[in-house]
Design a protein. Sequence first.
Length: 276
Amino acid sequence: MEIFAGRVAAITGAGSGIGRALARELAGRGAHLALADIDPEGLAETVAMCEGAGVEVTTCELDVADRTAVFAWADRVVEEHGKVNLIFNNAGVALGATVDEVDYRDFEWLIDINFWGVVHGTKAFLPHLKAAGEGHVVNLSSVFGLLAVPTQSAYNAAKFGVRGFTDALRIELEIDDCGVSATTVHPGGIKTNIANRARLSETLAALGDGRADGPGDFGKALRMPPEKAARLILRAVARNRRRALIGADAWALDLLSRLPAGLSQRAMVAGAKRRT
């Protein structure tokens, strides 16, 4: 029996990438959808792709950094669907800059979306998941929530934060024994638009970061189709995994993160110097 059939899944960042792929995969498995994105056109395209699946789909134009709006959306989802069982806190943005040069406004923009957006989504939906008697919180971290890399201080801070936040939540939910669980997802290089939409600093070239002139070479590292990533994420949720590593690169970086910090960091320094 398909465990997602008849469940109601809320997804942020559903207008493209992994969020869209999750929506399509869940619709195909019989789940009803509450989709949110800041881009109404992308959201409409996702809805069109889910037509014909015989499930109910509702939408919301949403900035996940807006706490009041996220809580209002969660309440509306329950009003429209009668319940909610899953929340996928997927919306995210990218930023490349050194600590020296990063603008505070860009840093706060990323943290507001990538970290606070996850916190808002979790806290807004958690009471509703508990009220439903069963549920799952699925929070998107990154491979950069496993290992720190130069030019990614803001992204690292947010994604490490999501990892710690969700790990703590998982333990609390198990102590509470309320029928709700949580999974942290660490995607590797997934073919999405996040690299194309990233805010990039001119300082990247000095550290050997190939994105200084645009996503170019960095984009080539984004190899896994989002559809495959979505299937792997849902498999992890179905198996109630604490952590989901998505892609061979995610597994490799997880192993690298277990080495003494000096080894991995010296390797990154040497690699950056070779590229400059």
